[in-house]
Design a protein around this ligand. Structure first.
Ligand code: NAP
Length: 284
């Protein structure tokens, strides 16, 4: 069994991007600028936003965090996005989710200019992915493909099973795997006899949000397993994935760990998307 380390790959990619940003600065006279909007002080969101700021600093991307109290109105937030859309010195805009109930997530996402939508959540970017047009690919699915590629895992012709059908992970990663000519099955909470489906997978992607859900009896001998889940183990208090690592580790050929797997690659792909958004606008 080999571990595909997202931590190591992220380190490598970030070093490359740091050099890229130096060159960008020399050529265009400024570095890419990412603006992250955080509403409220949910500990999970605060920690994600800090992780994003740290990655920006590491790479040399300019990073601004705009903080709002949970009482901020939808209108005020939309006006801020409008202002950032019009600001030529802003390349990427990200609104940290979830948002308070009185603010429409859809309205907020749709307000961000698709060219500055570094998360790839705007309907135009979602459509671009499904229609194979140019657009921004969401960070976590993009990171998963990069992890597979880093370990030279062949995707074409393989049977891939994705557990989960969310807009941010399950669906887009399924499309990316399909585009790489895997035969893809998408499973979800209504799938009957899930184990019989997951056992067919050469590549199994778990994006469920349930601690240690995937056990050895659900995995084929020699499978490649990508664990997207980020859960808190209630007994140990530690972070854990959707895959019961110790149970499946002797059965798989490759596996990612939590933490240190998909997570670092999500933030790294956000950095990549910010640089891509900068370059696309700069070249226009
Ligand atoms: P989500 O929106 O809650 O979607 C979970 C999916 O899992 C749903 O499609 C759901 O099916 C399915 N599911 C739930 N119970 C199931 C069951 N018993 N059997 C089969 N399928 C089941 O979650 P998400 O946003 O995709 O995130 C999934 C996990 O990945 C979470 O732990 C999240 O924290 C983590 N995550 C990590 C990163 C990272 O960078 N590492 C990024 C994003 C998310 P239905 O559609 O039928 O409800």
């Amino acid at each position: 069994m080999e571990i595909i380390s997202g931590k190591d790959l992220a380190k490598e990619k970030r070093a490359y991007m740091a050099e890229q940003v130096v060159k960008i600065n020399a050529e265009y006279g400024r570095v890419p600028h990412l603006v992250v909007i955080l509403v409220g002080d949910d500990p999970g969101s605060v920690s994600y936003v800090k992780g994003k700021a740290k990655a920006c600093d590491e790479i040399g991307i300019k990073n601004t965090t705009v903080l709002y109290d949970t009482s901020v109105s939808e209108e005020e937030l939309l006006n801020k996005i409008d202002e950032l859309n019009k600001d030529d010195l802003v390349d990427g805009i990200l609104v940290q989710l979830p948002l308070p109930k009185h603010i429409s997530k859809d309205k907020v996402i749709e307000k961000i200019l698709p060219e500055k939508d570094v998360d790839g959540f705007h309907p135009r970017n979602v459509a671009a992915l499904y229609l194979k047009k140019e657009g921004t690919i969401p960070c976590t699915p993009k990171g998963i493909i990069e992890l597979l590629d880093s370990a030279n895992i062949e995707i074409e012709g393989k049977r891939a099973v994705v557990i989960g059908r969310s807009d941010i992970v399950g669906m887009p990663v399924s499309k990316l795997l399909l585009d790489r000519n895997a035969t893809v099955t998408i499973t979800h909470s209504r799938t009957k006899d899930l184990a019989s489906v997951t056992k067919e997978a050469d590549i199994l992607v778990a994006a469920i949000g349930k601690a240690n859900f995937v056990t050895a009896n659900m995995v084929k001998e020699g499978a490649v397993v990508i664990d997207v889940g980020v859960n808190r183990n209630l007994e140990t208090g530690k972070l854990c994935g959707d895959v019961f690592f110790d149970d499946v580790k002797d059965k798989v050929s490759y596996i990612t760990k939590v933490p240190g797997g998909v997570g670092p690659m999500t933030i790294t792909c956000l950095m990549e998307n910010t640089i891509e958004c900068f370059l696309k606008r700069a070249k226009k």
